[in-house]
Design a protein around this ligand. Sequence first.
Ligand SMILES: Cc1cc2nc3c(=O)[nH]c(=O)nc-3n(C[C@H](O)[C@H](O)[C@H](O)COP(=O)(O)OP(=O)(O)OC[C@H]3O[C@@H](n4cnc5c(N)ncnc54)[C@H](O)[C@@H]3O)c2cc1C
Length: 298
Amino acid sequence: MKSFDTVFCEQFKEIIVLNKSFKDITTFKIGGKIKYLVYPRTICEIKKITKLCNRHKVKFVVLGGGSNVLASDDCFEGVVIKTTEIKEIKFCGKKVVCGCGALLGSVVISAKNKNLSGMEWAVGIPGTVGGACIMNAGAFGFETFDRLNYVVVFDGKKAKKLYKKDIKYGYRTTEFQKSSVIILKAQFSLLQKSHDEIAKNIEFFVQKRTKLQKICFPNAGSVFKKPSKDLSAAEIIDRLGLKGKRFGDAMVSTFHAGFIVNLNCATCKEVQKLIAFIFDKVYNILNIKLELEIIYIP
Ligand SMILES: Cc1cc2nc3c(=O)[nH]c(=O)nc-3n(C[C@H](O)[C@H](O)[C@H](O)COP(=O)(O)OP(=O)(O)OC[C@H]3O[C@@H](n4cnc5c(N)ncnc54)[C@H](O)[C@@H]3O)c2cc1C
């Protein structure tokens, strides 16, 4: 039998990108080298890649925008599947079906061009539809599942449609975070509105985000989930005077205490040390157990 390396490189040579690390493909700009990085162009290619990995027991991880992850400094000896080429956005009446790699910003703008509203809150979130469905990303009181009808997932063997009513989800969490399914596409229901009204909504959310998140260094968004409805992790961290606390090049943002920023060449270990420090401080002083929002890639 041919080795995984031979078969993989033969079969996917057109979509493999060599000599890359997680630094190159995540918004945090942190993480070790990647043995195989692929940018599948079709859903069929995703299926083929994962089937081959499973057959050869090679680990793989799926990434969209890489905007909610912290990757280990070690070399990743498996396959990273970057979905950003699967970006089709197709409208049918007030419904839109998006490929897993479609950027949230593109969905909002394409919808605006069809006078369709409902996702404007997502402008400025640097993620994909797949990532947003895994995380139930949200902002300003809205979340991905609000307008979701169904997702199509691949479980390594077959693709199936899962309707929202059959999916367990909550604040920044979905059952998918504990499984290994791949989101292939998702359908959302939007609302008819005028072009002007949608443009105004977009402008409103852009302004709100600019005020709250004027951050100039690489980051992965909010590191911790809100511990309760009325209290953000950022408020707690700020109250404990931890803005500016740093280990190496990993620092609690001086602008938004919920974010950790990479000042230049922070390592995953430095970020983890800072996370542990914040966690302990908050727990020891306030008896609140913070929960991570960002996902660690070992
Ligand atoms: C500046 C900034 C601002 C942000 N603001 C917000 C905000 O307001 N609200 C918010 O909720 N988040 C925010 N985030 C975090 C992040 O952008 C969102 O969680 C986003 O939805 C993640 O999408 P992604 O495509 O980047 O996912 P990734 O980071 O690539 O992946 C996240 C997780 O999903 C998995 N995954 C990704 N795609 C798939 C797929 N197709 N199938 C299976 N698994 C998949 C990955 O393996 C990983 O576990 C922000 C981040 C940054 C950097």
